[in-house]
Design a protein around this ligand. Sequence first.
Ligand code: CA
Length: 224
Amino acid sequence: MRLLVVEDERDLAENLKKGLTEQGYAVDIALDGEEGCFMAETEPYDLIILDLMLPKMDGIAICNSLRKKGLNIPVLMLTAKSRIEDKVEGFNTGADDYLTKPFSMTELYVRVKALLKRRDKIELPVLEVGNLKIDLFKHKVYRANEAIELTPKEFSILELLAKNKNGVVTRTMILDHVWDTSYTGDSNIVDVLVGTLRKKIDLPGKGKLIQTVYGVGFKLAAKE
Ligand code: CA
């Protein structure tokens, strides 16, 4: 487990590192907000202990930045303030828990453990159609337990088809889902990508899952 401590009080930061290392975690320290934000966004941490008041960039701004980038790393916010409004503000910006300074190390360990445990329990769905499995969390696709490599766009189309299992997905739906609104290219691109997707998914002898609904779109369904 890799933890990041973003805390500008050097003594506290060092104490946290020492204590958490003794608990078996690998711990990095950032002493200001900018450095902390950069490290949090570039290194694969399991949890961030984030001070609220920091030079250069405060804890709330860091949290906002992480969440905006889609990073759902658990954040334990440290705050010297104990007013309820501050707690609420912390939660609204995506912190998962908070601790008011001063706190005991034992209390900190308990919170850290709880957050890591909670994170492990969050299972993103694995979509299944026949013997096709789409792991949305790991971005992996398996047909009859064999891994299939897809491009991001192919994956995105397959995800949409699987979420609408047994229903028709139109070319427009696919265009809207896979490309941003500025895309003005040829809608044939959908047919091209569904074609390459089909070659990878519907391997010979495995049965056809991607069906063309003529004049409308496509459907992902397992034949009974
Ligand atoms: Ca501080």
